[in-house]
Design a protein around this ligand. Structure first.
Ligand SMILES: Nc1ncnc2c1ncn2[C@@H]1O[C@H](COP(=O)(O)OP(=O)(O)O)[C@@H](O)[C@H]1O
Ligand SMILES: [Mg+2]
Length: 149
């Protein structure tokens, strides 16, 4: 079992896609274990995107990600980190396959609706930035007895 970090970015919130993103996770059988709406301060945004420091898009990316509220969540399931990345689609929505979140809703790499952790290490690091241990709820979905027996 893994936990990944997913965030609906400000453009996703502004376009009313929070419910759509959550629906896709729930429809797939995944379980949200922590959920928070917040506006990122610059320092948190810098920490979250530290790997991109020095790149051309770093400063516009920080402006964008701090421009309005985001919805951050922890999502649990078997192999959920790579599964959610597949559901999110390629970074550039122009290249993302139809059926993915970015491929169904986006056209601009700078406004690509969601963030999802790309590895176990990033998931752990990012979850720690956004959530305290007490933010998590331990629960099971009704069908999990047969999905994860
Ligand atoms: N060339 C680019 N121009 C503008 N924004 C970019 C570019 N590359 C990446 N970004 C932004 O930075 C975010 C982080 O980049 P990256 O980690 O490479 O992608 P991903 O979000 O798919 O993991 C992207 O989701 C996107 O919002
Ligand atoms: Mg990334």
């Amino acid at each position: 079992m893994q936990t990944t970090f997913l965030m609906v970015k400000p453009d996703g919130v502004q376009r009313g896609l929070v419910g759509e993103v959550i629906s896709r996770l729930e429809d797939r059988g995944l379980r949200i274990t922590a959920l928070k709406m917040m506006t990122l301060d610059r320092e948190t945004a810098e920490e979250h995107y530290a790997e991109h420091q020095g790149k051309d898009f770093y400063s516009p990316l920080l402006d964008y990600i701090t421009s309005g509220p985001v919805v951050a969540m922890a999502v649990e399931g078997r192999s959920v980190i790579s599964m959610v990345r597949t559901m999110v689609g390629k970074t550039d929505p122009q290249e993302a396959s139809p059926g993915t979140i970015r491929g169904d809703y986006g056209i601009d790499i700078g406004r690509n609706i969601v963030h999802a952790a790309d590895s176990e290490e990033s998931a752990e690091r990012e979850l720690d930035i956004f959530f305290e241990p007490s933010d998590y709820q331990d629960h099971r979905r009704v069908e999990e007895d047969w999905i994860y027996e």
